[in-house]
Design a protein around this ligand. Sequence first.
Ligand code: ADP
Ligand code: MG
Length: 346
Amino acid sequence: MTEKRAEIGQLGEFGLIDRISSNFQLNRKSSLFGIGDDAAVIEGGEDSILLCTDMLTEGVHFDLSYTPLQHLGYKAVVVNISDIAAMNGRPEQIVVSLGLSNRFSVEAVDALYEGIKMACENYNVDLVGGDTTSSASGLVISIAALGRVKKDKVAYRSGAKMNDIVCVTGDLGGAYLGLQILERDKQVFLANPEMKPQLENFEYMVGRQLKPEARMDIVYELAELGIQPTSMIDISDGLASEILHISKNSGVGIKIFEDKIPIDTKVYETAAIELKIDPITCALNGGEDYELLFTINQSDFEKIKNHQDIHFIGHVHDKANQNLLITKQGTPIPLTAQGWNHFREG
Ligand code: ADP
Ligand code: MG
């Protein structure tokens, strides 16, 4: 009876997902793509239907002592829309499931749904259902989104080809720094409740953490320009981790250049001066920026080379799994997704 049990921590999140998916085959003709991308792809006639879900739990994904409920509702929708965007799709419907403890008032639920409604309006999606249940400890919010994309326009993680150009939208590392600032302020406040939060200098980063946006604008613009990304993923776990996903799924290697990684000046200064952490590490391993990482064929470069918000950070080569960061000094460093260890040591 004393069989040793396996700890989830040893497998890790991705190991666990691999273990689950290895036990399931797709049996229906309408299931075009299952586990392993930002959303599942389902037969829908001329279009493909996209389906994804994301759950946020109190104490793990958010801390209600500094997260306004409106923002939380907004973010819970956005993280799902970001996964639809990452498939080159357009979101249409969401369902929202809540686990509520009796700590929550009706007003609190109203505030949460104010944020959900605002996201529905901004991204033109309909709330079409959900589930409400009680939770023994803390708030759980789980959203699933349905989207649509023309059949031949789905962007998978697996389509990157040799010589493709690697593109990133917006700027990276801000959301992670926002979280560090909020956590720091919380500790200061706990030590001395008279202290008022000092967030004025950090508005941009705190905003990136609390109220991210999905890059649907980029999905629409690429379509208008007639550019089909050869592969795409949204940046929820940090640039390094997402590069490795594209590399692994596409069977290619990716080389990126440190000096091309987009980092906002405020983000750079806050990391280097205020928090004394490496800004590049924040961009590579920070996560929650919800920008898009995608690859394009070189022949499409002319069409977007002057785009203000798309940055060209590297290229694809044919040596599978050889993923390199070329530093400002020109030194190649193997890209790993072990950002957490970095942060722990720091
Ligand atoms: P993302 O960061 O884009 O939300 P995840 O890393 O959460 O993606 O998930 C990767 C893939 O694994 C997705 O296809 C997702 O649907 C699938 N997945 C995650 N958790 C589970 C689970 N518990 N059971 C089945 N599939 C899962
Ligand atoms: Mg994703």
